[in-house]
Design a binder for this molecule. Structure first.
Ligand code: NAP
Length: 323
């Protein structure tokens, strides 16, 4: 059996890496299981890896690129002795201590890691429209990441779906590359913050399509266009776009914890058991960041809760394992 780690942190966004900085500085030698590189938002570094400029993270008056910010978080954690592995957890067993964690074959008899305490910071991932072709055409015209893929649409006409901050921010960013960006929203009013709305609505390259939904994604090997339906009149129209950016929100990455950790109906983990704000229903397992927060969902709040989880874990270890 592997040796027992003090703290294993599952996930490497702002929450997980902040928890790593704090637990490393408490000499707990945390292991961060970062996840595997992928094209979706459940990837190492989390959602900020798919973001452009972050203007609201305190300490960066000129703004900072999301991937650069995450590289700094990671470097800071490693500096204090955290260990980071690009591995994706496939199974956990929190039914007894030490906790068991598998990467690779989930059926393997022996777990890959044992831990006195676990900090869950697996974040949330992009929701999709669930239309035929959508997944097959990811990377071939369909994208959930303007930062990653915007460059490929220089001079093109493209569409963005959604009405929140993500959609409006992506549409605005994509005007750096595309000649025209159609922002398709299912209602007649945006959900995005006022300042971002103003930026988009005053951008001459952005055309709004209110009360509209995408009903068809066309193309076999690459996106050839989409069909949009007016939700009021039912009228359908072809849009000849070569790019479709889906920005309709997120889902927490909690499949691993079904049956083990308490969660809300929408899949977000429930925290705040007892006096520790990041405690889950399993003593010694803590959760922080977007995986347990559908209200604020900001990098700074995720980082703050990562700090809380580290302090909660440290105190719990002190009282229950190292005393
Ligand atoms: P969101 O706020 O949940 O917005 C999702 C949008 O997609 C909504 O407008 C929703 O429409 C629409 N939508 C949902 N399901 C849909 C479907 N099946 N078909 C078509 N449209 C659909 O998600 P978000 O924009 O990803 O933002 C998440 C959080 O991150 C928010 O708190 C946001 O403020 C924050 N954020 C901040 C920044 C920033 O400050 N720089 C950038 C990005 C995100 P309805 O409006 O009709 O519900």
């Amino acid at each position: 059996m592997p040796s027992i780690r003090n703290v294993v942190i599952i996930g490497s966004g702002p929450a997980g890496l902040t928890a790593a900085i704090y637990t490393a500085r408490a000499n707990l030698e945390p292991l961060i299981l970062e996840g595997e590189p992928s094209s979706t938002s459940d990837q190492p570094g989390g959602q900020l890896m798919l973001t452009t400029e972050v203007e609201n993270f305190p300490g960066f008056p000129e703004g900072v690129m999301g991937p650069d910010l995450m590289a700094n978080f990671r470097q800071q954690a490693l500096r204090f002795g955290a260990e980071a592995k690009l591995e994706k957890v496939t199974r956990v067993d929190f039914s007894e201590r030490p906790f068991k964690i598998w990467v690779g074959d989930p059926e393997a008899a022996e777990p890959t890691y044992l831990a006195h305490s676990v900090i869950v910071s697996t974040g949330a991932r992009s929701l999709m429209l669930d239309l035929p072709n959508e997944h097959a055409l990811i990377g071939h015209g369909v994208s959930t990441c303007a930062t990653c893929d915007g460059f490929f649409f220089r001079g093109h006409e493209i569409a963005v779906v959604g009405g929140g901050d993500s959609a409006v921010e992506e549409a605005t960013f994509l005007t750096k590359f595309a000649d025209k960006v159609v922002l398709i929203h299912r209602r007649d009013e945006l959900r995005a913050s006022k300042i971002m709305q103003d930026r988009a609505l005053n951008n001459p390259k952005i055309e709004m399509r209110w009360n509209s939904k995408v009903v068809e994604i066309k193309g076999d090997t690459k996106l050839d266009g989409i069909v949009v339906e007016d939700t009021v009149t039912g009228e359908r129209a072809d849009l000849e776009v070569s790019g479709l950016f889906v920005a309709i929100g997120h889902q927490p990455n909690t499949d691993l914890f079904v049956g083990q950790l308490d969660m809300e109906d929408n899949g977000y983990l429930i925290t705040g058991s007892g006096e520790r704000v990041t405690a889950t229903n399993v003593e010694g397992v803590f959760a922080c960041g977007d995986v347990q927060d559908h209200t604020y969902r900001q990098a700074i709040t995720a980082a703050g809760s990562g700090c809380s989880a580290a302090i909660d874990a440290e105190r719990w270890l002190e009282a229950n394992v190292h005393s």
